[in-house]
Design a protein around this ligand. Structure first.
Ligand code: GTP
Length: 597
């Protein structure tokens, strides 16, 4: 039985605890192919793949390790490390039988360590604790071991003590993988059942599906079908990722590898979906498929001088390899034609924004992110609103609901007061406080997502000098006393600035936003009033004083190169501006509205 020498595992860790460094060491210490494969299995196109120089993101890498004359195939499956991508993490873990839990011995257990442990427990994974960074003088190996036992309830007696950086203890990790993580136990003769745990778009091969085969076999030429999308394809190639893609003759039960099948869009090969043989459909799919739904929406508009179609083309291209990105055309009175885009969370939003700018060289304006509100109207209907400016007339609204999250914040006890203050300020509801040990607690709050999405994480980090970590999950919708606040610039309502706020917070927020906009909108040759309003009622007002802007006046004398530099600088400052009426508004202004202090 070839499965008995296969181990499928992930590495889970809090950010910076050494996951990537350990992965690198494991790759260095092991081979890529078994001897048998070296001789026969590998198909000729391998050389071709190499020539094309396709860079493959290591979604899963296969390691071959020999111990006592036996060859083991160790499939290391990568997991994204951020709460925005928790669904992807859980699908990657579903492809494994076990996980290495890497804990930094100078830091101990942190919020994302715990969050990942829970995800791994949900999948019944065998967890192997690994204590890292023992080379550092501040390592507290015994304390951290005790922490893992107390908090995570894992036995640490045999936990490898390692320095991933210096390559110390790596053999112990390999032994632990082989000895403690169970081998897969699928049925290679049963009909095909494979889990897609990731998919990426590659311009040569179309979508590459990363799969874990649970039952059966699959090879080039086979017909396959996707359970959720009901799309059928013919397999072009199967293989594994070692140093680049290595095509194999077939993949069978227990294997982790990739399948290509001329699939044009990652939407047709969604993470979590089950691949099966259409001639032999299974009774049910593998568990856990979930359609991913965006949690955060924002407007993306071309900056001055940038074309709408270029932005649309770029978004379409990004969507081909990012099934979680959604977008629709929208128009803003202030910004013209643009798009409303949905993201998994703020990190996802920032990634897309950055890719538009870097990979497509586009200047864009992003409006403040918003959550989805449920608006119940007097005629008994419910509407989901992603854009505050689409809110129905206040008289038509019966009540509104907003999404809530449960946040678990882990911190040294010194910061409990500060954290509670921060959560309270963000309309948080205290749930509990649990001592993990004498000096560390987990504080649980329920908070409106709206209050968390923008700069909660930054605020938490800065108020606790980086010591607190947090994780959150969506728990549902709750009724709230919410109103729409508009911002007027030079007397003109700017729809892209409209936001939904809690009534109690409206005055304070209005004042802060006006102050903030006064700071980021440059002075003009006339005075510019900035106002916040609820309906027709002005609740705050500031004025940007007029100035005669003459940058060259600063350069006395005739240093021409300095003058040119200044002019260029001014030009650059102009980028990513939008004129609203006759006022120039920079990109920062659109995000400034959601910042607190
Ligand atoms: P993300 O990819 O950001 O989630 O972090 P990660 O968990 O993959 O951590 P990564 O491997 O990037 O390591 C984080 C930092 O810790 C890097 O600067 C590493 O060089 C350092 N590091 C990792 N292992 C060790 C170790 O054993 N000893 C010491 N001293 N530093 C280490």
């Amino acid at each position: 039985d070839r499965q008995k020498n296969i181990r499928n595992f992930s590495i889970i860790a809090h950010i910076d605890h050494g996951k990537s460094t350990l992965a690198d060491r494991l790759i260095e210490k092991t081979g890529m192919l078994t001897e048998r494969e070296m001789d026969s299995q590998v198909l000729d196109s391998m050389a071709l793949e190499k020539e094309r120089g396709i860079t493959i993101k290591l979604k899963a890498v296969r390691l071959v390790h020999e111990r006592d004359g036996e060859e083991y195939i160790l499939n290391l499956i990568d997991t994204p490390g951020h709460v925005d991508f928790n669904y992807e993490v859980s699908r990657s873990l579903a492809a494994c039988e076990g996980a290495l839990l890497v804990v930094d011995s100078t830091q101990g257990v942190e919020a994302q360590t715990l969050a990942n442990v829970y995800l791994a427990m949900d999948q019944d994974l065998e967890m192997v604790p690994v204590i890292n960074k023992i080379d550092l003088p501040s390592a507290r190996v015994d304390e951290v071991k005790k922490e893992i036992e107390d908090i995570v309830a894992l036995d640490t007696e045999h936990a490898p003590l390692i320095s991933a950086k210096n390559g110390v203890g790596i053999d112990d990790v390999l032994d632990a993988i082989i000895d403690e993580i169970p081998a897969p136990t699928g049925d290679a003769n049963a009909p095909l059942k494979a889990l897609i745990f990731d998919s990426i778009y590659d311009s040569y091969r179309g979508v590459v599906c990363y799969v874990r085969i649970f039952d059966g076999k699959v090879k080039a030429g086979d017909r396959i079908k996707m359970w959720a999308t009901e799309k059928e394809f013919e397999v072009v190639e199967v293989g594994v990722n070692a140093n680049g893609s290595i095509p194999l003759k077939e993949l069978s039960a227990g294997d982790v590898g990739y399948i290509t099948a001329s699939i044009k869009n990652v939407k047709e090969a969604r993470v979590g979906d089950t691949i099966y043989d259409p001639a032999n459909p299974p009774k049910e799919a593998l568990p856990g498929y979930k359609k991913v739904v965006p949690m955060v929406y924002s407007g993306i508009y071309p900056a001055e001088g940038e074309s709408y179609t270029d932005v649309r083309d770029a978004l379409e291209k990004l969507q081909v390899n990012d099934a979680a990105l959604v977008f629709d055309a929208e128009t803003s009175v202030a910004l013209g034609f643009g798009f409303r885009c949905g993201f998994l969370g703020l990190l996802h939003m920032e990634i897309i924004q950055e890719r538009l700018e870097r990979e497509f060289d586009l200047d864009i304006i992003t409006t403040a992110p918003s959550v989805i509100y449920r608006v119940h109207t007097v005629d008994g209907k419910m509407e989901e609103i992603q854009n505050p400016s689409n809110l129905p007339d206040p008289t038509a609204i019966e009540y509104m609901e907003e999404p809530f999250v449960r946040a678990e914040i882990m911190s040294p006890t010194d910061y409990v007061g500060t954290i509670m203050e921060l959560c309270q300020e963000r309309r948080g509801r205290y749930i509990s406080m649990d001592y993990l040990e004498e000096t560390r607690v987990v504080i649980t709050y329920e908070l409106p997502l709206n209050e968390v999405i923008y700069d909660f994480f930054d605020a938490l980090k800065s108020k606790t000098r980086g010591y607190a970590s947090y994780d959150y999950e969506l728990i549902g919708y709750e009724q709230g006393d919410l109103v729409k606040m508009d911002i007027l610039i030079n007397g003109e309502l700017v729809d892209a600035f409209s936001l939904i706020v809690h009534k109690e917070k409206a005055y304070e927020r209005g004042r802060k936003i006006c102050e903030r906009l006064t700071g980021v909108i440059p002075r003009h040759q006339f005075a510019v009033p900035i106002q916040a309003a609820i309906g027709s009622k002005i609740i705050a007002r500031e004025t940007i004083r007029a100035v005669r802007k003459d940058v060259l006046a600063k350069c006395y004398g005739g240093d021409i190169s300095r003058k040119r530099k200044l002019l260029e600088k001014q030009k650059e400052g102009k980028k990513r501006m939008r004129s609203i009426g006759n006022v120039e508004v920079p990109q920062e202004a659109f995000l400034a509205v959601l910042k607190y202090d």
